[in-house]
Design a protein around this ligand. Structure first.
Ligand SMILES: N[C@@H](CCC[C@H](N)C(=O)O)C(=O)O
Length: 269
């Protein structure tokens, strides 16, 4: 069976998008997602995104990391899917419903409300998630937020001085995080302006992470470091994150289609 795909990205965080909303596809497996995501022997991506019908919302977005694990949320993919869909829609994700719409050459996404209690991150045991009494090498006293998926955020003087490629995988798989964690290193570089690098659970260092930008912005706001609207500069470019009075996080930023193609399902099943 030949399967059409769209290759897209949000600030260089790249996706294979498969659309099974009208015509169904064979069941996606972790092994098939991993094979398709391989940059040498597959199409290559940070995340594979599968669109399916939903019983409750306009459609459902499923997300598989490059290592084949299925996860709950992806902010950059949500903007890419908004571009593909072309109109405002409330959609189902594993992390809860989100509302997306094309805007300003990219998209705006209402990402839901952040959760801060330790069981919702989840953490292995109770602690204050605004200022956690833990550390790994020079990274200490992080904050944790669940924005549909789990994030830990370290505020540092200079993100460039942190060896995230070395520390990211250690923290991602630490027993403190029973479901793993996305590891964010952020610094305040101006009023309401953060610089951010992210080691993504299941994907490693990416050029941008939309949920990481939401989590880091909200963690900074919670510590009183910024106001309620923050520009987040990632290696791939800028996102604007607003945390509204009703607690909804709104992310605005670019999204692009790179190319389209098709592949033989049996080569990856
Ligand atoms: N790139 C994404 C996040 C993808 C999922 C993440 N790696 C996880 O395992 O939770 C984004 O833009 O938010």
């Amino acid at each position: 069976m030949r399967v059409p795909f769209v290759k897209m990205h949000g600030l260089g965080n790249d996706f294979i998008v498969l659309d099974a909303r009208k015509d169904s596809l064979p069941a996606m497996t972790g092994a098939a997602a991993r094979a398709l995501a391989d940059r040498r022997t597959g199409i290559g991506c940070d995340q594979l995104v599968l669109l399916e019908p939903s019983e409750t919302e306009a459609f459902r977005m499923r997300i598989f990391n490059a290592d084949g694990s299925e996860v709950e949320a992806c902010g950059n993919a949500a903007r890419a899917v908004a571009l593909l869909h072309g109109e405002r829609a409330r959609i189902e994700t594993g992390g809860g419903p989100i509302t997306l719409e094309p805007a300003q050459g990219g998209a705006r996404v209402e990402m839901g409300t952040p959760r801060f209690d330790w069981e919702s991150i989840p953490l292995a045991f109770a602690m204050d998630t605004a200022n956690m009494p833990v550390g790994w090498a020079e990274l200490e006293n992080p904050a944790a937020v669940n924005v549909g998926n789990p994030h830990v955020i370290f505020f540092v003087e200079d993100t460039e001085l942190v060896d995230l490629a070395a520390l990211g995988p250690l923290i991602e798989r630490d027993a403190l995080f029973p479901k793993g964690v996305n590891v964010n290193v952020a610094s305040l570089v101006g009023p309401d302006h953060l610089r951010l690098k992210v080691w993504e659970r299941g994907a490693g260092l990416t050029r941008a992470c939309g949920t990481g930008a939401c989590a880091s912005a909200v963690a900074a706001m919670r510590r009183g470091m910024t106001g309620r609207t923050v520009t987040v500069t990632l290696p791939g470019g800028d996102l604007v994150i607003e945390w509204r009075a009703d607690e909804t996080m709104v992310m605005t930023g670019p999204a692009c289609e790179a190319f389209r193609g098709s592949f033989e399902w049996d080569d990856y099943a």
